[in-house]
Design a protein around this ligand. Structure first.
Ligand SMILES: C[S@@+](CC[C@H](N)C(=O)[O-])C[C@H]1O[C@@H](n2cnc3c(N)ncnc32)[C@H](O)[C@@H]1O
Length: 566
C-alpha cells in the first residue's frame, strides 16, 4: 500500500467490510479520480467539451456537466478556469448537490460551504432565479467562498460567515432546500489529499460526530415544511454517517429519509442500518432504522469516485414545530434587526411571510418591518425598484453609528452608479435584471444587488449581501470584477472581443495593458465595431473576463491584482 494509513482506520475498515476489505484497500494503489464540472450559468457540459481539450470523453453519470479529467492536464492553469467556465471538483463530491433537487426559484442554503464547490453547482441549478444563501463559519475560508461565487458569475447569492444557530434564529424555516456538507474526519479523501491522514489522527471521529449533530439540528430549523435537506460527508465512519442521521431522526421525527433510488450503473451502495450501535438506534422504530438503507455510500472500489456518504431528508409538510421557530425569529429579530446597512430595499422581505407564521404583533416588533413599509411607500410613489436604496436609513442602525454613511453619500453612490449604467451598459438588458431579481443596497461606497426576498440581514456577519456591482470613488463609479463575471457580452455598450488563442487574452488575464485593434472594440451584438472611449467589457471567446478602460488606443487593465493570473 503506497499510503501509510492509520492503523486504527485499517482495523475498523477490515471489521466493517469483511471480505470486501481487500478490494477496498487495493484502491489505495490506484490513482485517485479527478473531475471538473461545467458552470451551467455560463455554458453546458457539451459546449465546454466542444471548446476545450481539458474535458475528457468520459461523463460523470450522476452530475450534470461533470466530466472525468486527469490531474496532468492541470485544469486550474487554463484560461477557461479564469473565465469561470468550470469548477474543479472530485466526482463523488458532485453527488450531494444533485440529490438536493434544486429548482429555479427555490430558496437554497448551503450551510457549510467553503470553498464553494457545491455552492457553484447549486447556483447553476437555480439559473439565477430564487436565492442562494451560502455560509461557512470559518472566516478565512469565506474569502475563497466569495471569490468562487464571483468567479462563477453567480448573481443571486448572499455569503455569510455565521454559526448555523444564528442563521436559524434569523431566518427560521425559510428554505426549500438546505445542504449540510458537514465537517468530517475525511476518511474518503485519504487518496486525494494525504494531509487528511494526519488530520484524522488529530480530529477524532467522535469529535466530528458531535459537531455534525449540532449543525444538523440547527439546519433542521431552517427547512420549510415539505422542504428537503441533504447531509453529506466524505468519510466512511458509520458514526458520522448513518449514526448521525439516526440520532437526528430520533430528535426530529418530522423528518424522514427519502430513498435515493439511483441507477445501479453508478455503483453506489446503500447506507448500512446494520452498522448502527444501540445508542444510535435508541428511540427509533424498525421502519425508521430500515429507512437508512435509502442513504447512499460511495465506495472507491465500487464507483469511479472517492469515498462519500449522502442522505436525502424531507421535512413533513404542515407540521407545527415551525411556529416555534418563527416566534424565536420575531423576538430575536428585534435585536438582530438593529440594521447593519445604510439602506434597505423595496421588495417586501418575506422572512415574515406566511411560511413563518409570524403574527402581526411579532412583525411590528421586528426591525425587518421598516424595510417592507418603506418599500410599500415607494411602490405607491411608483419609484422603480432599482432606485430602492434611496431612502433614509432607519434610525436604529447599530453598525451605522460606527461607520456613518450619510444619506447624501448614499445618493452620490447611486448617482454615479446610475450614470455608469446609462453610459456603459445596455440598459434594456440590465434594468430588467435589477427590477426583477433584487434590490439595490449601498454599503459604504459599494453597491450590491441583493436577491429579491432576502431580508435585511442585520447584525449578521455578512461577507457579501448580494452581487457586488462596484464602488464609487470621488470622481466616478468603478464596476467590480464580480459584476463583469455575471454579465454577458451583450450587456455592455462596448466590449473587446478576443479569442482565447490570441496572445492578448493571456496578457489581459495577467493584468497587462493592451493595444487592441479598433475593429475588435464591438457593440452589444459582439460583431459591429463601436469605437469611442470608456469602460469596456473584455470578453474571451464570448465570455466576460473583466473590465478595461479604452482611450481610443490603449486599453487600461482594470482587473484587480487579486484576480490576476500569476
Ligand atoms: C467538507 S467542507 C465543505 C466543502 C464545501 N461544501 C465544498 O463543496 O466546497 C466543510 C466545511 O464546514 C465548515 N464548518 C465547520 N464547522 C461548521 C459550522 N459549525 N458551521 C458552518 N460551517 C462549518 C468548515 O469550515 C468547512 O469549510
Amino acid at each position: 500500500m503506497a499510503l501509510k494509513l492509520p492503523a486504527l482506520f485499517i482495523t475498523e475498515m477490515n471489521r466493517l467490510l469483511e471480505e470486501e476489505a481487500d478490494e477496498f484497500f487495493a484502491t489505495y494503489n490506484e490513482p485517485k479520480h479527478s473531475g471538473l464540472r461545467a458552470n451551467g450559468l455560463k455554458l453546458t457540459g457539451e459546449a465546454l467539451r466542444d471548446l476545450s481539450p481539458l474535458v475528457g470523453p468520459s461523463e460523470i453519470p450522476w452530475a450534470d456537466g461533470g466530466y472525468y479529467t486527469s490531474e496532468e492536464i492541470r485544469p486550474g492553469k487554463h484560461l477557461y478556469y479564469h473565465l469561470g467556465l468550470y469548477y474543479i471538483q472530485e466526482p463523488s463530491a458532485m453527488l450531494p448537490a444533485e440529490l438536493l433537487g434544486v429548482r429555479p426559484g427555490d430558496r437554497v442554503l448551503d450551510l457549510c460551504a467553503a470553498p464553494g464547490g457545491k455552492t457553484t453547482q447549486l447556483a447553476a441549478k437555480l439559473q439565477g432565479q430564487g436565492v442562494l444563501v451560502t455560509n461557512d463559519n470559518a472566516a478565512e475560508r469565506t474569502k475563497a467562498l466569495a471569490k468562487n461565487v464571483e468567479l462563477a458569475g453567480i448573481r443571486n447569492a448572499v455569503v455569510l460567515n455565521e454559526e448555523p444557530g444564528r442563521i436559524a434564529d434569523a431566518f427560521g424555516a425559510w428554505f426549500d432546500r438546505v445542504l449540510v456538507d458537514a465537517p468530517c474526519s475525511g476518511e474518503g479523501m485519504f487518496r486525494k489529499d494525504e494531509d487528511m491522514i494526519g488530520q484524522w489522527e488529530r480530529h477524532s471521529v467522535e469529535r466530528c460526530s458531535r459537531m455534525q449533530d449540532a449543525i444538523l439540528l440547527d439546519a433542521a430549523r431552517l427547512v420549510a415544511p415539505g422542504g428537503r435537506l441533504v447531509y453529506s460527508t466524505c468519510t466512511f465512519s458509520p458514526r458520522e454517517n448513518e449514526g448521525t442521521i439516526a440520532k437526528f431522526l430520533a430528535a426530529r421525527p418530522d423528518f424522514f429519509v427519502v430513498s435515493t433510488d439511483l441507477p445501479a450503473s453508478f455503483g453506489f451502495a446503500p447506507g448500512r442500518p446494520d452498522w448502527l450501535n444501540d445508542e444510535e438506534k435508541a428511540g427509533l422504530d424498525e421502519p425508521t432504522i430500515a429507512s437508512l438503507a435509502g442513504t447512499v455510500r460511495v465506495w472507491p472500489h465500487r464507483s469511479r469516485g472517492e469515498g462519500h456518504f449522502a442522505a436525502l431528508l424531507e421535512r413533513r409538510p404542515g407540521d407545527q414545530a415551525n411556529q416555534a421557530c418563527s416566534a424565536t425569529l420575531a423576538t430575536d429579530g428585534a435585536s438582530i434587526a438593529s440594521a447593519a446597512y445604510t439602506a434597505a430595499g423595496t421588495l417586501p422581505p418575506s422572512v415574515l411571510n406566511e411560511r413563518d407564521n409570524g403574527t402581526k404583533d411579532q412583525k411590528a416588533s421586528n426591525g425587518f418591518l421598516n424595510e417592507r413599509d418603506n418599500g410599500t411607500d415607494r411602490r405607491k410613489r411608483g419609484a422603480a425598484p432599482y432606485q430602492a436604496a434611496r431612502q433614509k436609513p432607519a434610525p436604529n442602525h447599530r453598525k451605522e453609528a460606527k461607520h456613518p454613511v450619510r444619506v447624501d453619500e448614499t445618493e452620490d453612490v447611486l448617482n454615479k452608479f446610475e450614470e455608469f449604467v446609462k453610459v456603459h451598459l445596455n440598459e434594456g438588458r440590465q434594468l430588467p435584471v435589477f427590477q426583477q431579481s433584487g434590490r439595490l443596497l449601498v454599503r459604504g461606497a459599494s453597491i450590491y444587488l441583493v436577491p429579491a426576498e432576502v431580508p435585511v440581514l442585520s447584525g449578521m456577519n455578512v461577507v457579501r449581501p448580494g452581487w457586488l456591482l462596484g464602488s464609487a470613488t470621488k470622481h466616478r463609479f468603478e464596476p467590480s470584477q464580480a459584476w463583469a463575471m455575471g454579465l454577458t457580452s451583450r450587456d455592455a455598450v462596448r466590449s473587446l472581443r478576443l479569442s482565447s488563442s490570441h496572445p492578448d487574452s493571456l496578457r489581459y488575464l495577467k493584468g497587462e495593458t493592451l493595444q487592441p485593434a479598433e475593429a475588435d472594440i464591438v457593440g452589444p451584438d459582439g460583431i459591429t465595431p463601436v469605437g469611442g472611449k470608456g469602460w469596456t467589457l473584455v470578453c474571451i471567446d464570448g465570455f466576460p473576463a473583466g473590465w478595461g478602460r479604452y482611450d481610443g488606443t490603449l486599453l487600461k487593465n482594470e482587473r484587480l491584482p487579486g484576480w490576476r493570473w500569476v
